[in-house]
Structures are given as C-alpha cells and as structure tokens.
Design a protein around this ligand. Sequence first.
Ligand code: NAD
Length: 318
Amino acid sequence: MKKALVCGAGGFIGGHLVKKLKRENYWVRGVDIKEPEFATTQADEFLLLDLREEANCKAALTLPDDTFDEVYQLAADMGGMGFIHSSETEIMRNSALINIHMVDQASKMGASRYLFSSSACVYRNMQPGERALTEDEAYPAFPDNEYGWEKLYAERMALAYMRNQGMGVRIARFQNCFGPEGTWDGGREKAPAAICRKVASAEDGGVIDVWGDGTAIRAYTYVDDLVDGVFVLMQSDCREPVTIGTTEFTTVAEMVYKIIKASGKKISMNHIEGPVGVQARILSKDRIHSLGWRAKYSFEEGISKTYSWIEEQVKNLE
Ligand code: NAD
C-alpha cells in the first residue's frame, strides 16, 4: 500500500484530495494547522502541526521505518482576491516558510515524490481575445499579486531540489477551483463561493453586490476534476509545471447568472468596486490533456452541487 502525506488536509482541496487518495487505496496522513472545518477527514491519521516550523515539517514526514511515497504540499495562507490584496505580508511570510521547510525536509527524509500546489496567479494579466498562454509563458514573469510571486519562488525552489537533490518533483498550477466543503464566508472565500452565499442569503427578487463590471474572464474548475488532475500529474513522468483547469472560459457575469439560475430565484446584480484581480486568465491546458486528463464537469453541473451545499450552510446559520 502506497503512503501519501497531504499537507493542508484540513482545507478545501486537501480534504478532497485525501478522499481521492483513499479511493485509490493509499494509506494517508493529513496535516494541517487546523481541524477540517466542513467534513470529517477520511485520512488514516491526522496531525495538527504548524508547518512554518521546520521541526513540524520533519514530524509530519516521519514514519516508523518507512518514507512517504508521495507528498502533496497544499498548505498555504490562502484566500480569494479580497484576502490576497489585504494580506500580502502574511502570504509572503507564512506560505514561503511552509514551502522552504517542507521541500527541504521532504528531500532530506527521502520522500520519493513531492507535488507543489502552485497557481494560475503566476501568469501575467491578460486581455480578452488573447491566445492561451502555455506553461513556459509564465516567463518573463510578471504576476499581478504577491501570492503569485510567492508561488513562483516556491515552484523554482522545488525544481532546484529536483535538479540538485534528485527528489521527484511535480508542479501543479491550479486554476480557480470551486466545489462543496470550501471556504464560503469570513473573508477568505473565492468568487464562486462568495456569490453562492450572497444569492442563498438574498430574498427572491433581491439584489446582490458583485465586485467589478463582470467582464473579467476566468475558467472555474470543479474540485473533483482538479484532484483527479493532481493525481494524474503525480503519477506521470512530467517534470515541467502543469496548469490544471477546465477549458470552459466564462465571464464573471456569466458565472453569477449561472449561480442565480441554480438557485431558482430572481436576483439582479449591482456592480461595485472591489479587488477583481486580472482582466483575463486564458491558459492552455494542452500539457495536462497530453497526460490523459480532461475536466468532466461543466460549470453548471459543478455549481449546482456547490450552490446546494452553500445554501445548506447558510440555512444552518439562520
Ligand atoms: P485552503 O485555505 O482551504 O487550504 C489550505 C490549508 O493550508 C488550510 O486548511 C490551512 O489551515 C492550511 N495551512 C495554512 N497555514 C498552515 C500552516 N502554517 N501549517 C499547516 N497548515 C497550514 O485552500 P485551498 O483552496 O484548498 O488551496 C490549497 C492549495 O491550492 C493552496 O496552496 C493554494 O494556494 C492552492 N491553490 C488553490 C486555488 C483555488 O482555487 N482554491 C487556486 C490556485 C492554487
């Protein structure tokens, strides 16, 4: 039985990844600074550790007489655009410390493979109508926020460990993941979850605020598809960064319309100023497709499951 360590297993994607690895018959240890918030972990073992501390990274990687076959590094000080723009120093410090110590300890402790969860935020701003950027076109680098710069640094550090220390490294750049059991309020939520919450909380016939004019272009990837992609990449021989995401590109306004449709309510949008992020992210998925992965869920299919889950959370609060 293969052994996997999932760092950030108390979080949204980490929690879903643990379930995926259990379905694939792995023995899984999950680690996080907090208990899973929305679901009981399916990990065989769950450790509460602050991975900014080197000794805790070592403890996370320690097994009696054995080493981990696969380490999935998803722990990060993380949130949507509101958080990314208001918490630059926390992101730069906390996530960098986690990544510096985890990759170093994983290499020293003899982990066979190490996957780093990077982000579409490593790419530059784009304009609608531009052709899709390949992974190599993250350079010359010009991310529009500090979160993207930290991810790029951590990618480069992991790749240096692969070249110099011989550890197998995989780099996954996630593009806008959404789904049930993700952060949906409190300031760290991402756009689809925030809109689901606003729609679920609104009266039928009401109005919701939407940041920006709705023309920004995104590709929202359903979490089950994303963790399947992560698994495919980990098993592959691909040593280059890989963008994982759907090829269904949509405007923010279309995303909001589809959420309103899923709710069955009549709601209108009030566009207000807010931290929208880049104007467009149009990224090639050819590399992940070449590994045999394709997104299975349309946005409408994924959001209907996500909306139902967030609606239930909102009702539970009332
Ligand atoms: P999340 O916030 O739900 O999960 C991150 C987890 O890391 C949290 O549970 C958090 O408690 C944990 N963590 C933070 N600091 C820690 C510390 N010091 N020690 C141990 N654990 C710590 O976010 P997510 O959406 O599941 O993201 C997972 C990874 O994917 C992150 O690296 C994120 O940057 C990356 N990513 C996510 C998206 C997305 O759309 N959700 C997009 C691109 C990249």
